[in-house]
Design a protein around this ligand. Structure first.
Ligand code: UDP
Length: 529
C-alpha cells in the first residue's frame, strides 16, 4: 500500500477545507508554544550552556525561557514532520530516545532520573510502535506525532542538555539528524525560502523518483542510526582533545554524506524525458540507455536490416578496461549498441545523473533474445566457453524455449590457425544472432576483427553466459540480483573472480571524482541522430 501524506485535519472534518487546514496548523503551533511555556514553568529549562570545545559555561539569563521554548518547538516540529510515512516517526523516536538513554547512562554526571526513565520508556514505545505502524501501514494522527515530538524534546532538555558538556549543542542535532535533513532539504530545494510554493521534502522526492515507502523509511532509520552511533562515540571520547573530535565528526560527515547520497542515487530511478538521449557517456565510454525491451526491439531492427552490427554488454570492469585499452575503447564507442550490464554502471550513471533506466545484463539478454528468436524463427549460434559448454547451453536453451533454432555451437579455445575455418563455418550456418562468450575484451576484439567476414546481422559479446545456461555455474538467487549483489555472489562461488573486484573501488573512486568535480554533467551527454 502506498503511504499518503497525513492531513492535518485527521480525525476532524471541521478542518478539511484549505482554510480549515491552515487554522489547524496554527492551532498545533499554538499548542506546542503553550506546552513549551508550561514545561519551562515546571523547571524544564536550559539555564546555562557549556559551549562545545571549551570549558566555559555561559549563563543564558533571561534568554533561558525563550531559547528553551524555541528548542522545544523546533525538536517537536522536526520529529512531527517525519509523520509522512508509516513507521518513520516512531522508528526515529525509538532510535533517538535509546541513544539519549544510553548517553544519560554513560555521561559522568548522572542525568535526572525521570529523564532517563522517560527516554527508556519512549525508546520502548518507539520500537514497538514502529513495528505495528510499519506492518499495518498506519500513519499517526498529527496530534499524536506532535505529542511524541514534544515528549522527545522535553527529554533532550531534561536529560542530555544540562549534563553533557561537549554535546550540549551537538548531540540533539546528531540524533535528530534524519528529520533535520528532511526539513533542511525542503528549505534548500528550489533555491531559496519561497513562501508561496509548497516545498518538496526529501522523502517526497525519493518517493517520486521510484523508492518505495519502506525503502525511504529504512533509509532514514539507517541514516539516523549512524548519527546515533556517532553521538555515542562522542560521549565515549568526551575527554579527548577537541581537534580529534572535529576530525572524527568531519570524517564521519563526509563519508556519511557520500555514502547516503550514493545509496539514494542508486535507489532512484532515472526519469524518462521526451528528449531522452540515444547515447550517454560514462567516463568517456558510450552506453545506450535502453530498457531490456527496447534493446531487444533495436536488435530485431538490426536483424531485419541484414547488415552486420556489434552489441557490447558493458559492465564496470569493461569501462575500466577501456580506460587503459585504446582498442577496446574504440570498439565500445563505435558499437551499434552498448547495454548497461551490471550494478556498477547503474550506480555510476545515477550518481552522475545519466538517464540509464535499468540493467541489461548480457546473461539476461541471451535468454530474452532466445525467447524472441524461438517465436520469430531467428537463428542463433553459440561460440565460446570450454569444450562442451556451448553445446550443453544450446540444449538447455532449446528446452527452455521450444522452437529455438541453434544453427551451431563451438567452444572458445581455438588457435589462430583454426580461425578462418571457424569464421567460414559460422558464415555458412547463416545465423541471425551470434553470441560470443570469450570474456571482455577478447570477445569484442574478435567480433570487431571478423564482423565483415562473418556477415551476421547481430554479434554480441556475452561473457560467462554459457557457463550459466549449461548449468556449470549457478546464478545468484533472484533476491540477490534484485538488491544488486550478484557480483559478490559470483565472486563467492568462483573465488578467482575476487581479484577482478579490485577494479570496483577504482571505478567507484573515478565516478565519485567525476561527480565531485562535476566533470560529467548532463551537458556532457552525447546525442546521436
Ligand atoms: N573463454 C573462452 N575462450 C578464451 C577465454 C575465455 O571461451 O580464450 C570463456 C570462458 O570459458 C568463460 C568466458 O569466456 O566461459 C568468460 O567468462 P567470464 O565470466 O570471465 O566473462 P565476463 O562475463 O566476466 O566478461
Amino acid at each position: 500500500m502506498q503511504a499518503r501524506p497525513s492531513s492535518p485535519e485527521a480525525g476532524s472534518s471541521l478542518f478539511s477545507s484549505p482554510a480549515g487546514r491552515k487554522v489547524w496548523a496554527v492551532l498545533i503551533h499554538l499548542v506546542i508554544v503553550l506546552a513549551a511555556w508550561f514545561a519551562c514553568q515546571g523547571g524544564i529549562v536550559i539555564d546555562s550552556v557549556k559551549l562545545p570545545f571549551t570549558t566555559r559555561f555561559v549563563s543564558l539569563g533571561w534568554w533561558s525561557v525563550p531559547l528553551t521554548m524555541v528548542w522545544l518547538w523546533a525538536v517537536t516540529r522536526a520529529l512531527a514532520a517525519t509523520n509522512r510515512l508509516p513507521g518513520l516517526t516512531l522508528g526515529l523516536m525509538g532510535l533517538i530516545c535509546a541513544t539519549l538513554f544510553l548517553v544519560m547512562k554513560m555521561q559522568p554526571q548522572p542525568a535526572a532520573a525521570w529523564a532517563a526513565a522517560a527516554a527508556g520508556a519512549l525508546a520502548a514505545v518507539g520500537a514497538f510502535g514502529f513495528l505495528v505502524t510499519l506492518r499495518g501501514h498506519i500513519l499517526l494522527p498529527d496530534i499524536v506525532s506532535t505529542a511524541l515530538g514534544f515528549a522527545v524534546a522535553v527529554v533532550t532538555v531534561g536529560g542530555a542538555l544540562k549534563n553533557t558538556a561537549f554535546l550540549i549543542l551537538l548531540l540533539p542535532v546528531l540524533v535528530l539528524g534524519a528529520p533535520i535533513v528532511d526539513a533542511t532539504y525542503a528549505m534548500m530545494q528550489g533555491g531559496g525560502l519561497t513562501i508561496t510554493r509548497r516545498r518538496e521534502r526529501l522523502h517526497e522526492v525519493l518517493l517520486r523518483r521510484g523508492l518505495s515507502p519502506l525503502q525511504v523509511t529504512l533509509l532514514y532509520l539507517v541514516m539516523d542510526a549512524c548519527l546515533c552511533v556517532l553521538a555515542l562515540l562522542l560521549v565515549r571520547i568526551i575527554v579527548w582533545h577537541f581537534a580529534i573530535k572535529i576530525v572524527i565528526i568531519t570524517a564521519f560527515g563526509v563519508v556519511g554524506f557520500v555514502f547516503f547520497l550514493s545509496l539514494i542515487k542508486l535507489l532512484m530511478r532515472a526519469e524518462r524525458t521526451e528528449e531522452a538521449p540515444e547515447r550517454v557517456q560514462l567516463m568517456d565510454v558510450t552506453i545506450t540507455p535502453m530498457t531490456m525491451q527496447e534493446t531487444v526491439a533495436r536488435i530485431e531492427e538490426f536483424i531485419r536490416s541484414r547488415q552486420p552490427h556489434i552489441v557490447v554488454t558493458s559492465d564496470a570492469s569493461a569501462i575500466m578496461k577501456a580506460q587503459e585499452d585504446e582498442e577496446l575503447h574504440r570498439i565500445i564507442n563505435t558499437a551499434d549498441l552498448v547495454t548497461p550490464d551490471g550494478i556498477g554502471v547503474i550506480w555510476g550513471a545515477r550518481l552522475l545523473d545519466l538517464p540509464i533506466y535499468e540493467r541489461v545484463p548480457g546473461v539476461d539478454l541471451v535468454a530474452e533474445l532466445c525467447r524472441v528468436a524461438a517465436q520469430r524463427g531467428y537463428r542463433v549460434f553459440l561460440l565460446g566457453a570450454a569444450p562442451g559448454v556451448a553445446a550443453r547451453a544450446a540444449i538447455n536453451l532449446q528446452a527452455r524455449y521450444p522452437g529455438l533454432t541453434v544453427v551451431g555451437t563451438h567452444h572458445g579455445y581455438f588457435s589462430a590457425d583454426e580461425e578462418p575455418r571457424l569464421v567460414e563455418m559460422i558464415r555458412a550456418a547463416q545465423p541471425d544472432i551470434l553470441f560470443v562468450a570469450f570474456g571482455i575484451p577478447k570477445q569484442e576484439k574478435w567480433i570487431r576483427r571478423h564482423i565483415e567476414a562473418l556477415a551476421v546481422p547481430v554479434c554480441i559479446g556475452v561473457g560467462g553466459s554459457f557457463d550459466v545456461y549449461s548449468g556449470r555455474l549457478k546464478r545468484a538467487p533472484l533476491w540477490v540480483q534484485r538488491i544488486g549483489l550478484e557480483w559478490l555472489y559470483r565472486a563467492l562461488i568462483e573465488p578467482k573472480r575476487f581479484i577482478r573486484l579490485l577494479i570496483l573501488p577504482k571505478f567507484m573512486w573515478m565516478t565519485l571524482r567525476h561527480w565531485l568535480t562535476r566533470k560529467i554533467t548532463r551537458g556532457d551527454i552525447v546525442r546521436q541522430d
